[in-house]
Design a protein around this ligand. Sequence first.
Ligand code: GUN
Length: 283
Amino acid sequence: MILLDGKCLSNQIKEEIATEISALYEKDSSHKIGLAVILVGDNLASQIYVKNKITACLHVGIKSFQYNLKESTTDDELLTLIDELNDDDNVNGILVQLPLPPHIEEEKILAKIDPLKDVDGFTPYQVGLLTIGQKSFVPCTPKGIITLLERNKIEIAGRHAVIVGRSNVVGKPLMQLLLQKDATVTICHSKTKNLSDITKSADILIVAVGKPCFIKADMLNQGVILVDVGINRVDGRLVGDADFENVKDKCAYITPVPGGVGPMTITMLLQNTVEAYYARKNR
Ligand code: GUN
C-alpha cells in the first residue's frame, strides 16, 4: 500500500506558485493578485476551511479580501457585494464558501459571479466549458484529485473509475475530468442498487459522500486506488468516507484523511486564482 500524500505534494506546488508570483511581482509591482472570500453564517467547518484558504493565500503572496457575513444576510445583500467585487480591479477571484444558509438561493448567487473571476468553477458558464472539454476554471477538489493521481504517475486512461457521490462540487466535475483523461467512468449515489458490485469493479475508486467509514474492505477489489474525499469529525477526530484501517491492505494506493485530498483542494484554489489573474490580463 502506498500513501498518496496530498500534504507533501500541495506544499511542493505551493512553492512553485509562490516562485511564479514573486517573479510576476518583480516584473510588475503595481498590481497584486487578489482573492475575495465570502463566508455567510457560522458553520464551524466552513470557518476552518476559509481560514486555511486565507493562510495559503498569504503564504504564496496572494492578497485576500475576507467577508464574514452574518447568518441572516439576504440574497440581495450578497448579490450587491458580488456585483461590487465583479467591478473591483483589485479582485481577480471570487469565492463564495458553500454551503450557504438554507434561506439563500445558491444557484442565483453563484450565477452572479463574473465567470472570469470564478476560481471555483461553479458558474453555469464555467460548468458548460468543462462539460464540452474547453479550457475552464476547474473546481478545486476534482482538479486536486487529478493532480494527485498524475503527479504520482497513476495511469487513468482505459481504467474503470467509480465515483461514489454526485455533487456539483466533486462528483459531476470529476466525472468530466476523468472522461477527458479517457477513463471509463461510473457514478454511484444514494439510490444506486448493489453498490458493492460496482465499487468492486473499480480500478480507481473516489468516494465523496460525507459518511464516516462508509467504504469497507469487502467493497473493494485487491489493488484498487482509493481516493477519499470525506472529511468527517467523529469524537473530535477527522476520518474519511473510507474505513482506513479496515481497507488499507486492499489498496495499491490510498489517500489519508487528513493530509490527502484536503490540502490539494486549497492549493488548486491558489492555482486557479493565478489563472484568473492571467485570464483578465489577456482579455
Ligand atoms: N465547500 C466545500 N468545498 C468547497 C469548494 O471547493 N468551494 C467552495 N466555495 N465551497 C466549498
